[in-house]
Design a protein around this ligand. Structure first.
Ligand SMILES: Cc1ncc(C[n+]2csc(CCOP(=O)(O)OP(=O)(O)O)c2C)c(N)n1
Ligand SMILES: [Mg+2]
Length: 734
C-alpha cells in the first residue's frame, strides 16, 4: 500500500522558482495584463450600458496563469468558475470570445447569449460549461476523472455504437490526463466541496482542486466561512492528496505548485489541492461596492499586492524589459481588448426563434418510433432472466423486470456504470463468498456487481449531490451513469445538481455539452407505515424543470421498456419506480427480451370506456382500475383509463382523443392536489378542449399534507379507490 500524502506544508518543497526563461516570463505577464485589459474594457462597456453584467478576475491573474501554463488545453479537463478569466485566456479563449459573451451575441461560443459573461465553455479546449452555482463543478470534475480512468483502462468501450446516445458522443481520453476544478474560498463551505474531495481522495483521482482565496465571498470574510480562516489546515488529513499553499500573487510560485500537483496526479498518486492566496482588487462584481464592508486600509493593502504591478516590476528589475518596452506591450494589449470589444458589439444577436433549441437532444428523440418494438420478444430466459423474485414465465414483478433491463443493458453497453447508496452486492467483495449480497435496499440492482464487477457497479458515499454531480461529469465524457437515489424523500440534497446542472447543461451551453444520465428513484406511499420520509411524491417539481425527462411506469412490462429507452436516449431521465408496485400482483409480466423498448410520450389505454376519461399514472392505475370496475358494475358507467407512463413528455394527443370521445375527464394522482401534476393537465384541457367538455374537469390527489405513519391517517391522506369512484359517479351525473 502506498503512503498517503497528507500535508499542508508541501509548498516548501517546490523547485526554485527562477528557472524560467525571459521569454516565458514575458508570456506570463502578457497573459496577466491581457486579462486585466479585458476586465477593464468590460467594465467600461457595462458602465456605458452596452453590456449587462461584469465580474472581474482582477487580482487572481497570477494564480490562474500559473495553473493554465502547468496544464494542457484540449488534453486535460477544466472546470473553472466565473472568476477564471485569466485561466481561460491562457488556455486559449480569445478576448473576442469573451467580448461576445459580454454582448450576449449569437456567436458567443460559450452559450450563444444564454449565460452571463464569464460562464465559460469550449469543447475544443476541454473547458466544461460553467454555471453560476458555487461548487457544483467540483463534483463534475470528479466524475470526469472517473470517466477518464474508465476509458483509459478499457479503451475498447470508447468505440462508437449506432442506435443509442453513443452515436452522438465523441470520446477523447489520455491515460495521464488531469481535471482542474477551481473554486473560491467562500464556496469551500458548500457540501459539494467536501463531497468532491471525499471521492477524489478515496479513489485517488487525478483532480487538481484550486482554491482561489481572495479573503471574501461577496461581503463575507474568510474566517466566517472557514473556521480558523485557512482551508489548507482543514483539509490536510485527506489521504492521497498533494497539498500546496502558495502566494497566488506570484505567477511563478503558482506555476510551480500546479506543476507539482499535476505531476502527482499524472503519476496516479491521487488528487491535489492548490490553495492560492490572492486579492480581489475590484468589488465582487459590478453589482457590488466593497466600500460598504471593507476598510480603506484593507483595500489599499490589497492594491499593494496587485500581481500585475509586481510582475511588471520584476520584469524591469531583472532587466527583461525596459519601461518603454513594457509600456508598449501594455498599449498593444489594451488595444487588442478594445478592438475585440468593438467587433463583438457588431456581432449578430441570438434569435427569439432559437430560444427552445437544445433544451433536449436534437439528435435523438426518445419519443421516436425507433424506440417502439412492436411486441415483447418473449424469448428463452437463459440470458436475461431476472435475478430477483419469481422466475416462472408471466410472473415477473416490476422489480424483476427493472433488474433484468439493467442487466441486459449492461451487457449490451459497456459504458454503463451503476452506483448509489447500497446498490452494490457488497463493497467488501470477499464477503460474497459466504453472503448473498445486498443489491439495493429494494434489491433492484441485485447480482449486478457480481456479474459486472466493482468497477461498474459500486456504492457511493451517503451523499445525494455526490451521486448526481459525479454522474454529470461521467456523462459529459460519454459514459452512461444509471444511478440510484435510495428514496425519493432524500432526493433533495441532489436537487441543486439536478435542476441547475444536469437538466440545464445542454441548453446553457447552446448544445455543446450534455449529461444524459438516468436517475432511478423509488417513490410513493401506500406502504402502511411508510410515514413522512418514506412515502413522498412530488413529480411535478421535476416536470417543472426544462431539460429533464420524467418517467413513471405502473407495471412490470412498461418499467422494463421505458427504462431501456431511458438508458439508450440522449437526455437526462428521472425514472420513478413506485415502491408499492415493485412486487405487486398487479402488472406482472413475462420477460420481454433484451430489445424491448417503449417510446416516451405514448400513453396507454389500460381500460377502454365511453363515458368518462380518467388520466392517471403510477400507483393510481390499479386503484383506478378497481374504482372503474365498481363504477361499471354498480352504476353502469364506462370509464376509460389512460396511463400516461411518461410525464415529460406526456401524450397530449391521447388525452385529447379520449376527452373528445367521453366529454368528461378526471385527472388523478397520488401526489398532493394543489400545484400537483394534474393542475397543468386540467388547465390545458380546460383551455384547449373547452368545447368538448360536458362537465368541469375534476382532479383527485392527496390531501395537502405529508403522509402520516398511522395507517388510519395514511388512508385518509392518500387517494383511495373510493375517492376515485365517488368522483366518477359525481361527474357522470352532470
Ligand atoms: C449555490 C450558490 N449560492 C449563492 C450564490 C451567490 N454567490 C455568488 S458568488 C458568491 C460568493 C462566492 O465567494 P467565493 O467562493 O469566495 O468566490 P469569489 O467570488 O470570492 O472569487 C455568492 C454567495 C451562488 N452563485 N451559488
Ligand atoms: Mg472569495
Amino acid at each position: 500500500m502506498e503512503v498517503a500524502i497528507s500535508s499542508a506544508r508541501a509548498s516548501g518543497t517546490h523547485p526554485a522558482p527562477d528557472e524560467l526563461s525571459a521569454q516565458q516570463k514575458i508570456e506570463i505577464y502578457r497573459l496577466m495584463f491581457l486579462s486585466r485589459s479585458v476586465d477593464d474594457r468590460e467594465v467600461l462597456l457595462k458602465r456605458q450600458q452596452k453590456t449587462f453584467f461584469q465580474i472581474s478576475t482582477a487580482g487572481h491573474e497570477a494564480l490562474q496563469v500559473g495553473a493554465a501554463l502547468a496544464l494542457r488545453p484540449g488534453y486535460d479537463w477544466f472546470f473553472p468558475y466565473y472568476r477564471d478569466g485569466a485561466l481561460c485566456l491562457a488556455l486559449g479563449v480569445t478576448p473576442y470570445d469573451m467580448m461576445l459573451q459580454a454582448a450576449g451575441a449569437a456567436t458567443d461560443p460559450a452559450s450563444g447569449g444564454r449565460q452571463m459573461p464569464r460562464h465559460w465553455s469550449s469543447r475544443a479546449l476541454h473547458i466544461v460549461s460553467t454555471s453560476s452555482s458555487t461548487a457544483t463543478q467540483l463534483l463534475h470534475a470528479v466524475g470526469c476523472a472517473e470517466a477518464g480512468r474508465a476509458f483509459s483502462k478499457h479503451p475498447e468501450i470508447a468505440a462508437k455504437a449506432e442506435g443509442d446516445y453513443r452515436a452522438f458522443h465523441d470520446v477523447e481520453f489520455h491515460g495521464d490526463e488531469v481535471a482542474l476544478a477551481c473554486v473560491g474560498e467562500g464556496s469551500t463551505s458548500q457540501g459539494e466541496f467536501w463531497e468532491a474531495i471525499n471521492t477524489a481522495s478515496n479513489q485517488k483521482l487525478p483532480v487538481i482542486f484550486c482554491v482561489e482565496d481572495n479573503g471574501y465571498a461577496i461581503s463575507v470574510p474568510v474566517e466566517v466561512n472557514t473556521p480558523g480562516g485557512n482551508i489548507s489546515r482543514l483539509v490536510a488529513n485527506f489521504p492521497n492528496f498533494y497539498f500546496a499553499e502558495v502566494d497566488g500573487n506570484d505567477p511563478v510560485a503558482s506555476l510551480r505548485a500546479f506543476q507539482a500537483a499535476a505531476a502527482h496526479c499524472r503519476a496516479g498518486h491521487g488528487p491535489a489541492l492548490v490553495h492560492g492566496h490572492c486579492v480581489r482588487l475590484y468589488s465582487h462584481s459590478l453589482s457590488d461596492d466593497d466600500k460598504n464592508y471593507r476598510s480603506a486600509s484593507e483595500r489599499e493593502a490589497d492594491l499593494m499586492c496587485d500581481p500585475i504591478a509586481r510582475m511588471r516590476s520584476r520584469l524591469i528589475d531583472e532587466g527583461i524589459l525596459t519601461v518603454p518596452e513594457i509600456d508598449e506591450l501594455e498599449r498593444k494589449l489594451e488595444a487588442e481588448a478594445a478592438e475585440a470589444a468593438e467587433r463583438a458589439l457588431e456581432a449578430p444577436l441570438p434569435t427569439v426563434e432559437g430560444i427552445t433549441e437544445h433544451v433536449y437532444s436534437e439528435d435523438l428523440d426518445p419519443a421516436r418510433a425507433a424506440f417502439a418494438t412492436e411486441q415483447p420478444q418473449v424469448s428463452s430466459e437463459s440470458n436475461g432472466a431476472p435475478a430477483t423474485g419469481h422466475k416462472s414465465v408471466g410472473a415477473h414483478t416490476m422489480a424483476d423486470l427493472i433488474n433484468s433491463c439493467l442487466r441486459d443493458e449492461m451487457r449490451r453497453d459497456p459504458r454503463i456504470v451503476i452506483y448509489g447508496e447500497d446498490v452494490a452486492d457488497a463493497s467488501r467483495v470477499e464477503a460474497l463468498s459466504e453472503a448473498k449480497g445486498k443489491g439495493g435496499v429494494f434489491k433492484l440492482t441485485a447480482g449486478l456487481q457480481t456479474e459486472f464487477g466493482s468497477e461498474r457497479v459500486f456504492n457511493s458515499p451517503l451523499a445525494e449531490a455526490n451521486i448526481v454531480g459525479r454522474a454529470v461529469g461521467y456523462a459529459l465524457r460519454g459514459m452512461k451513469p444509471v444511478v440510484e437515489i435510495q428514496f425519493f424523500d432524500y432526493i433533495w440534497p441532489a436537487m441543486h445538481q439536478i435542476r441547475n446542472e444536469l437538466a440545464l447543461i445542454r441548453w446553457r451551453s447552446n448544445g455543446t455539452w450534455a449529461a444524459p444520465v438516468v436517475i432511478r428513484v423509488p417513490i410513493g406511499g401506500y406502504l402502511t407505515g411508510g410515514a413522512i420520509y418514506h412515502s413522498q411524491s412530488g413529480e411535478s417539481i421535476f416536470t417543472h424543470t426544462p431539460g429533464l425527462r420524467v418517467v413513471f411506469p405502473s407495471n412490470a412490462l412498461d418499467a422494463n421498456g421505458l427504462l431501456r429507452t431511458a438508458i439508450r436516449c440522449d437526455d437526462p431521465v428521472l425514472f420513478f419506480e413506485h415502491k408499492r408496485l415493485y412486487r405487486e400482483t398487479y402488472g406482472r409480466a413475462e420477460y420481454p427480451g433484451p430489445e424491448f423498448a417503449i417510446p416516451f410520450g405514448k400513453a396507454k389505454i389500460v381500460r377502454p370506456g365511453s363515458d368518462i376519461t380518467l388520466v392517471t399514472y403510477g400507483a393510481l392505475i390499479p386503484r383506478a382500475m378497481q374504482a372503474a370496475q365498481h363504477a361499471q358494475r354498480e352504476h353502469g358507467i364506462e370509464t376509460e383509463i389512460l396511463d400516461l407512463r411518461t410525464l415529460n413528455p406526456y401524450d397530449w394527443e391521447a388525452i385529447a382523443e379520449s376527452v373528445r370521445k367521453t366529454n368528461r375527464v378526471i385527472v388523478a394522482h397520488e401526489d398532493m392536489l394543489s400545484w400537483g401534476y394534474g393542475a397543468e393537465i386540467a388547465a390545458r384541457i380546460a383551455d384547449e378542449l373547452f368545447d368538448e367538455l360536458d362537465a368541469p374537469v375534476r382532479r383527485i390527489g392527496a390531501m395537502d399534507t405529508f403522509v402520516a405513519y398511522q395507517p388510519k391517517l395514511e388512508d385518509a391522506i392518500l387517494p383511495q379507490p373510493e375517492n376515485i369512484l365517488k368522483a366518477i359517479v359525481d361527474l357522470s351525473r352532470y
